[in-house]
Design a binder for this molecule. Structure first.
Ligand code: PEP
Ligand code: MG
Length: 576
């Protein structure tokens, strides 16, 4: 077998050696006409239905063991939908007309039902449309005899190689057996990369055409420190990478010695070093790495890994679990940020030309206020169990804050009337992700309790460069002087209005950015848990005066290249 070397982008650090599992979503082409008899088509339909039921029962069993009865019960609902007699009758009626394939009749009728359900008033019934879509897809694949890939049960020592992985694919990955993943597209700030970092799962993205080069079961080395991939490595390479892996793990252990240390600069200025999480499961990593709080809890994964909107109770449980585990340390929870590259299987989002500029995040929540109100109530109730702060994403206009605050006040009043406890002084803050906020930071700051800079989006919106488009990934750079100026303006505006400002975009965890951000006056850094020890160490090694002088030099640079050269120069001097 031929050795192949592929270069990609290091998206989540670590080194893994394992076997390739090529993940490809199976393609299904549906042909309307049939050359079978009506009876044969009906048989295919029933056979697919039975197979689907078997699979759903198996998933239910597995869910019962891993996630408990509540989640497992969801699949009973799915089976009921699958066996809906009216639905089957209507598909059969279509088949009776003759000359139609079972796949076509099934797809047509499912679509019809979904449309009907999603137009209903009752939110519970509306949400069933997504269930039906999901079941319909499985049923369809089973009629056509096309296998559905299940990422949650893969053999040991697997390395997933895929064109792309969605955040929900990533969430499904079985961490017992999967050692790493490699994708053809995507960048460091794609949400699946971010999730890989919080799962501490090594990942390399942007590898071009790896799916056509790799074969199932081949040995693969993933160096997610450099972005290097080797297929069918030599014995010598295997030895080299095994020792590189050991070294990486040792260093990781060593840095953990900083776990209980505060991040105080040489001249005594302390900053917060917080973590970004996507679910309560990530809290373990935060505590192990010495995170001093949560600067960003991306709640949309709670919405995405579900087949319907999570209830107030389910949300409350998740938020409470995190708040309690953090024992009084700040827990900044962001309201649902759906849209852009994050979709919900059960919520129809419009097809948009520019989803990142479209119906996303706070825009969705202010149109569908019931979603935001449910989330606010769950957050408020959980605030009685720890130090919760609420954060709104994608703000670009002050009226958005005012409308959200009004809803929050309404939720507070409701809880109060019912005698339910919550933190009356709960803080409301916003993400700084649009130039609209950065340029007018002082005015926005007067309306909220805190800011957190989301550089992943701030970079794409300042530069007009899509964060997930690999064709222009060379243009996406947070060190671009315009982005740095937007960051600086946000920090100055926040301080002028007397509020604190942190950063939860990926730039906060960039080791080469610490001095710049510290020099600009950032109050707290929030990042993937694995980056915490290094950023703490960086702060311990600098002082404000030299960091400020460095900022002045950098802000006089005309191009990104000049900035990067200055940054390199600064760090090489520091190392000496
Ligand atoms: C950001 O935009 O920097 C951010 C932290 O939000 P997300 O990556 O979830 O869009
Ligand atoms: Mg964002």
């Amino acid at each position: 077998m031929e050795r192949k070397f592929i270069k990609g982008i290091d998206a989540s650090p670590g080194i893994a050696i394992g076997k390739v599992f090529l993940y490809q979503e199976s393609e299904l082409t549906i042909i309307q006409e049939s050359n079978r008899t009506v009876e044969e088509e009906k048989q295919r339909l029933i056979h697919g239905q039975e197979k689907t039921k078997e699979q759903l029962e198996a998933i239910k069993e597995k869910t019962l063991l891993t996630l408990g009865k509540d989640k497992a019960d969801i699949f009973d609902g799915h089976i009921t939908l699958l066996e809906d007699e009216d639905l089957l009758e209507e598909i059969n009626d279509l088949l009776e007309e003759g000359n139609i394939s079972a796949e076509f009749a099934l797809k047509t009728q499912i679509e019809e039902y979904c449309k009907m359900l999603s137009n209903l008033e009752d939110p519970y019934l509306r949400e069933r449309a997504a269930d039906l879509q999901d079941i319909g897809k499985r049923w369809l694949y089973n009629v056509a005899n096309v296998t559905i890939v299940d990422l949650s049960s893969l053999p040991a020592n697997t390395i997933i190689v895929a064109k792309d992985l969605t955040p929900s694919d990533t969430a499904q990955v079985d961490l017992q057996n999967v050692l790493a993943f490699v994708t053809e597209i995507g960048g460091k700030t794609a949400h699946s990369s971010i999730m890989a970092r919080s799962l501490e799962l090594p990942a390399v993205v942007g590898t071009g055409n790896i799916c056509s080069l790799a074969k199932n079961e081949e040995i693969i080395i993933v160096d997610a420190l450099t972005g290097d991939i080797i297929l069918n490595p030599s014995q010598e390479e295997l030895e080299i990478y095994k020792s590189k892996q050991e070294h990486f793990l040792q260093e990781k252990e060593m840095l953990k010695e900083l776990k209980n240390k505060a991040a105080i600069s040489k001249d005594g200025v302390e900053v917060g070093v917080w973590c970004n999480i996507g679910s309560p499961k990530d809290v373990k990593g935060v505590l192990n790495n010495g995170g001093q709080g949560i600067g960003l809890y991306r709640t949309e994964f709670l919405f995405m890994n579900n087949d319907r909107f999570p209830t107030e109770e389910e949300q409350f449980e998740a938020y409470k679990e995190v708040a309690m585990a953090l024992e009084g340390k700040p827990v900044t929870i962001r309201t649902m940020d759906i849209g852009g590259d994050k979709s919900l299987p059960y919520m129809e989002l419009p097809k948009e030309e520019n989803p990142f500029l479209g119906w996303r995040a706070i825009r969705v929540c202010l149109d569908r206020t019931e979603i935001l109100e449910t989330q606010f109530k769950a957050l408020l109730r959980a605030s009685a169990f720890g130090y919760i702060k609420i954060m709104l994403p994608m703000i670009m206009d002050i009226t958005e804050i005012r409308r959200a605050r009004k809803l929050l006040e309404k939720c507070k009043a409701e809880l109060k009337e019912k005698g339910i406890a919550f933190d009356e002084n709960i803080q409301l803050g916003i993400m700084v992700e649009t130039p609209a906020v950065a340029f007018r930071a002082k005015y926005f700051a007067k309306e909220v309790d805190f800011f957190s800079i989301g550089t992943n989006d701030l970079t794409q919106y300042t530069l007009a460069v899509d964060r997930g488009n690999e064709n222009i990934s060379h243009l996406y750079n947070t060190y671009n002087p315009a982005v740095l100026q937007a960051i600086q303006a946000s920090i100055e505006g926040a301080h002028e209005a007397g509020i604190s400002i942190s950063m939860c975009g990926e730039f906060a965890g960039d080791e080469k950015a610490t001095a710049l951000l510290f020099g600009m006056g950032l109050d707290a850094f929030s990042m993937s848990a694995i980056s915490v020890p290094r950023i703490k160490q960086n702060i311990l090694n600098i002082d404000r005066a030299s960091a400020k002088a460095f900022v002045d030099e950098v802000m006089n640079c005309a191009t990104t290249e000049e900035v990067l050269a200055k940054v390199e120069e600064f760090y090489s001097k520091l190392k000496k």
